[in-house]
Design a protein around this ligand. Structure first.
Ligand code: OOB
Length: 538
């Protein structure tokens, strides 16, 4: 068993197996079974590449052999930073088959995040595109490998420069190591609540169960066409039901090179896409674009929106704009995913964030002392279940705070339960900014800011925003001279911090408001900036 992984207690594992949730198959076997059943059906479409299930299956064996020939072994970690291209699906199945673990980075990550992920996971390899969205990943890799010699292999899809070409991984299949369904399949990145974002170990058994449940809830079958619009490495487009849930159901995955209506609407028409997933700000852009665009979007049956709060005003517009069913999704890379069901009455679809996948997802809504609140009251969401982790990877100290003694994950979300048993997300207790679905861990950003020689202290909070829901405001106590937004932006970019984490606003102050126990009062800072942005609401 992978060192640093917290397994479920035996009793819980037995229960999930007996209930038939954990089916005892690995991702490698899942694809083999689907290839046997759906052979010539298209599995992945990306640009001019159109791979059938059989092709994807055979290519995965060949790429697994290529990876093994490099010396990559079972349980080795591989940082994967690919955009939505066919090779994304191929390489994850190749890694799953040989038991090496993809560590899912996002295309928007830069040196600071990649170095952190590679160091934390002790990765031996890094897989990138040559260029994507105007950014040169080979240059990034050069900087990272200079600082991290343990990263032995850089594999490039496209022009490899001095690195190894992805095409060279195509080798005659080799005998594969024994990969078990209870093994960890990959590491996902958390949004981060305290400290730096943690890695989330997910096993074949439990993740495949979440795909199974998600595919069923979304009515996926072999005629479904799922378009990956959001970056496929994120848990929502990866598995809710996403790329993997679609392949589980024998459907077709269409990789969209980007999320804009220009790229996505054309693909919906061309590939007869039936379902896709968006974060709220993107849904707003699509709603606006749908008014004037000429593409035929009538194949779209389900539009999923999740990752951040979707306003009811926007939710109401989806049905009319796209003539399809809206599905709200409230999930987390740590496990629990809630969906409104496709046949739910309108008031549940518009006003709630759904209910869990599994009848065995346990939900507790508690106050500050972990005491359950009265039914219908707002409280902290704790959860435990057949696909929610029992601990972050190699994070013993943090796990003591992030999980209860009896194994419930503290989501950091403030929710209430409706009388129908649906969850409504009312707020957040964790120290994080949810910038339209992209999560910024306040402490991570504060640490970057503290590295600036002119910064004495920093406190990062969210501020309300009509488009993104929230944006990032950095309160700074400067050492002597005032710092501008431009100073801070330049500094953070030079440090290799991903763009989405760079503050939208910088406020220089002489001191921070304090709580009664002498901690910085982020609540007071949030209220201060909200009042300054919208004085009429005070
Ligand atoms: C998804 O996963 P993560 O890990 O990026 O972020 C999880 C957090 C949740 O704890 C919650 O704070 C927030 O994102 N969130 C929502 C939400 N969905 C997620 N807040 C309000 N309304 C929603 N619908 O974001 C994720 C993973 C799988 C499926 C969907 C989303």
């Amino acid at each position: 068993m992978l060192d640093g992984f917290t397994a479920w207690p035996q009793e819980a594992a037995d229960k999930y197996r007996q209930a038939g949730y954990w089916q005892g198959i690995t991702f490698g076997e899942m694809l083999k079974q689907r290839a046997a059943k759906y052979g010539d059906h298209l599995a992945v479409v990306s640009g001019s590449k159109r791979w059938s299930y059989r092709e994807l299956d055979q290519k995965a064996d060949r790429v697994a052999a290529g990876l093994m020939k490099l010396g990559i072994k079972k349980e080795d970690r591989v940082v994967l930073q690919l955009p939505n291209i066919a090779e994304f699906a191929l390489v994850i199945f190749a890694l799953f088959r040989m038991g090496a673990l993809p560590v899912f980075a996002l295309p928007s990550h830069r040196k600071s995040e990649i170095k952190y992920l590679a160091e934390y996971s002790e990765a031996v390899a890094y897989i990138i595109p040559d260029k994507y969205s105007g950014f040169n990943y080979c240059s990034l890799a050069e900087e990272v490998v200079t600082e991290l010699p343990s990263l032995q292999h850089v594999i490039v899809v496209g022009d490899p420069g001095s690195f190894l070409s992805f095409e060279e991984l195509d080798q005659e299949p080799l005998p594969l190591p024994d990969v078990r369904s209870g093994d960890v399949a990959f590491l996902q990145l958390s949004g981060g609540s305290t400290g730096l974002p943690k890695l989330i170990p997910r096993t074949h058994d439990e993740y495949i169960y979440s795909l199974h449940g998600s595919a069923e809830i979304c009515d996926l079958n072999e005629s479904s066409v799922y378009m990956a619009t959001l970056p496929a490495a994120h848990n929502f487009p990866l598995s809710s039901p996403g790329v993997l849930g679609t392949l589980y159901a024998g459907g077709r995955v269409v990789m969209s090179p980007g999320p804009s209506p220009d790229e996505a609407f054309r693909l919906i028409e061309q590939e007869q896409v039936t379902i896709t997933a968006l974060v709220p700000p993107l849904a707003l852009v699509w709603l606006e674009a749908a008014k004037t665009r000429k593409e035929d979007l009538s194949s779209l049956e389900v539009l999923q929106v999740g990752g951040a709060n979707f306003t009811t005003e926007a939710a109401i517009k989806v049905n009319a704009a796209f003539d399809c069913t809206l599905q709200q999704v409230f999930g987390m890379a740590e496990g629990l995913v809630n969906y409104t069901r496709l046949d739910d009455p309108e008031e549940l679809i518009l006003y709630t964030q759904g209910r869990p996948i599994s009848p065995d997802d346990e939900i507790r809504i508690v106050d500050e002392d972990d005491v359950p609140v009265a039914p219908g009251e707002i409280g902290h969401l704790l959860t435990r279940g057949p696909y929610t982790i029992q601990g972050y990877y190699k994070a013993d100290e943090h796990n003591k705070k992030a999980f209860t003694k009896d194994g419930f994950y503290r989501t950091g979300d403030l929710v209430r339960l409706t009388k129908e048993g649906y969850l409504v997300v009312e707020g957040r207790a964790k120290d994080q900014i949810n910038r339209g679905g992209e999560k910024v861990a306040a402490e991570e950003l504060e640490n970057h800011l503290l590295a600036h020689e002119g910064v004495y202290d920093a406190a990062v909070v969210s501020m309300p925003d009509a488009f993104l829901g929230e944006r990032t405001c950095a309160y700074i106590i400067p050492k002597d001279t005032k710092l501008t937004l431009q100073d801070i932006r330049r500094f953070l970019r030079d440090r290799g911090v991903a763009d989405y984490k760079i503050p939208d606003r910088v406020e220089c102050v002489e001191s921070f408001p304090m709580t009664a126990v002498g901690k910085v009062s982020k609540k007071a800072l949030r209220e201060k900036i909200a009042a300054e942005l919208n004085p009429s609401h005070t």
